[in-house]
Design a protein around this ligand. Sequence first.
Ligand code: ZN
Length: 183
Amino acid sequence: QIPDEGAASRPGTLASRTDRLSLSNRQSTPDELPTLPNGRFTVVLDPGHGGRDPGAVGINGLQEKQVVNDITPQVAQILREQGVNVVLTRSSDVEVDLAPRVQIAERANATIFVSIHANAISLSRPDVNGLETFYSSAAGQRLANTVHSTVLSEMGMRDRRVRSARFYVIRHTSMPAILVKTP
Ligand code: ZN
């Protein structure tokens, strides 16, 4: 069962996990990062939800968009420190439709597209507490495998696997595209 992004909120609680991107080893392993091709390499980061769309909401009131809003600038900074050109589909807490998110990626001529979401952690559904990475194309699947295994090994999250899905933003972008759900 693939959760429907943008659908009604699911019950659950979102635990604080925003500190996981501050792990001390994140900048100490440059040799383990994939080699960037020569020339322009543009990553479009797509923070899910925003504005009036909170995404999943935990029973403690923490909203998916708040987690995404916190994680995305950190990911952007890490990538920029590695010399990657980063474009965001939104840089503030505003609502952006799905089609404009795709258009931003196309106009930026993105090398890859990464949509960032967060799973609601529920005591009654511990199965949703882990990293999930979704793809829609063969190129997206290769990217998904790489990103998923890298994040798992760096952060020690539970593996909820790489899987195919038909989310709009990864289905309509022409470059390798993934949708990552952090725990
Ligand atoms: Zn979401």
